[in-house]
Design a protein around this ligand. Structure first.
Ligand code: NDP
Ligand code: DXP
Ligand code: MN
Length: 385
């Protein structure tokens, strides 16, 4: 029985993690979980799995939750709570599915506590990949990808000679606006941005998918996870999201992982690794139903964020943390209808241009840069209106 801590339990990844736990109750239990504000969604999980510890976004939510759960459940709030969930002494593995750079510190704390980690929170590696991977190595901790592309790459590397990898090829659906012209992108709505063609995900990552920033974040995530230079990481548009990513080897052999677009598969693989459990509720991939799979080059003229991410990744130091913070804040403004879709990339570009890079940032540097960048973006947005 693997005992789990889950951050972001009420989100898209969090709830699909519970689907897997529910499918294999003999394999997994939940000792601690966190969520933000969605008490209604969290309550059934708390009552069914009886975690010892629950953490919420703030004291207001904590007070609302207290009378609704058994007194034996300890309730915490804020970043301290996330860290306690991530490092709970009774847990074997952390599933980090919280949204945003707030996920970094709990990941680092879990590594220090020697926990196995299933990582959906890509912001952890984007903001501080150098710190995270150094500690992973030193502590000998197992860090397993949940992001579908990284799970595909990881699966395509099993049993292979890692030194013989010549290229990673990360597939991108192209997002909600894949076929729109630059001119048409000027006036797209939030509602349209949230209509992802293939995946049902949280709002922020769905917008990132539409700007192609998600692919940019994934390039940086792959660089750190697999220790591959940026020059050897390619991206390609694949509108069906069936080939989840590919690994090319020196002998030009290319190994890929395929499947219907469902996060159940990578979540379960991380949970059960190195075992493969049955996944009866998931659809089979019948290629004959699709007939054809399509691939095309990414148009970085129409979607600038992917290039920004490559540039930030290559510059390194504190630059990816700025990219991420500016993007998180800009997407939040877009979702709240304060800025237009293309202003997301303007704000990210401006933040990158104004940043004085710190070459080997500490956790404290990164936290400070994250706060400062968000403030800058907020000030710029205020000046727009
Ligand atoms: N969704 C997907 O298919 C994929 C997601 N990912 C990554 O996984 C992560 C989660 O994404 P997704 O599940 O889509 O996001 P969601 O927005 O669906 O869920 C986010 C979760 O984080 C919680 N949360 C948000 N802010 C806070 C906070 N300040 N304190 C505590 N908890 C908080 C939310 O709580 P509440 O809602 O209760 O407020 C919710 O449980 C992201 O890093 C994303 O990039 C990666 C690959 C695929
Ligand atoms: C499911 C998943 O892993 C997402 O990150 C997905 O990749 C988003 O799709 P695109 O960014 O390719 O549109
Ligand atoms: Mn992904």
């Amino acid at each position: 029985m693997k005992r789990l801590s889950i951050l972001g339990a009420t989100g898209s990844i969090g709830t699909q993690t519970f689907d897997i736990i529910g499918t294999h109750p003999e394999e997994f239990s939940v000792v601690a979980l966190s969520f933000g504000e969605n008490i209604e969604r969290a309550l059934p999980y708390i009552h069914q799995y009886r975690p010892k510890l629950v953490s919420v976004k703030n004291d207001r939510i904590k007070e609302r939750l207290r009378p609704l759960v058994p007194s034996s459940v300890k309730i915490l709030a804020g970043i301290e709570g996330l860290i306690e969930v991530a490092t709970h002494p009774d847990s074997d593995m952390l599933i980090n599915a919280v949204l945003g750079s707030i996920g970094l510190e709990p990941t680092l704390a879990a590594i220090e506590a020697g926990k196995m980690i299933g990582l959906a929170n890509k912001e952890t590696l984007v903001t501080a990949g150098h710190l995270v991977m150094e500690r992973v190595k030193e502590k000998g901790v197992t860090l397993l990808p949940i992001d579908s592309e990284h799970s595909a790459i990881f699966q395509s590397m099993q049993g292979q000679d890692k030194k013989a990898i010549s290229r990673l090829i990360i597939t991108a659906s192209g997002g909600s606006f894949r076929d729109l012209s630059r001119d048409e992108l000027k006036n797209v709505s939030v509602e349209d941005a949230l209509k992802h063609p293939n995946w049902s995900m949280g709002a922020k990552i769905t917008v990132d998918s539409a700007t192609l920033m998600n692919k940019g974040l994934e390039v940086i995530e792959a660089h750190w996870l697999f220790n591959i230079p940026y020059e050897k990481i390619d991206t390609i548009i694949h509108k069906e999201s069936i080939v989840h990513s590919l690994v090319e080897y020196h002998d030009k052999s290319v190994i890929a992982q395929l499947g219907v677009p469902s996060m159940h598969v990578p979540i379960q693989y991380a949970l059960s690794y190195p075992k493969r459990l049955e996944l009866p509720q998931e659809k089979r991939l019948n290629l004959w139903e699709l007939g054809a799979l399509h691939f095309e080059k990414v148009d970085t003229e129409r979607f600038k964020c992917l290039d920004f991410a490559y540039q930030a990744g290559k510059l390194g130091g504190s630059t990816p943390a700025v990219l991420n913070a500016a993007n998180e804040q800009a997407v939040d403004h877009f979702l709240n209808k304060r800025i237009s879709f293309l202003q997301i990339e303007d704000l990210v570009e401006r933040a990158l241009n104004e940043h004085q890079m710190v070459s080997n940032p500490t956790l404290e540097d990164i936290k400070e840069i994250d706060i400062r960048t968000r403030q800058q973006v907020n000030d710029w947005v205020k000046s727009y209106v």
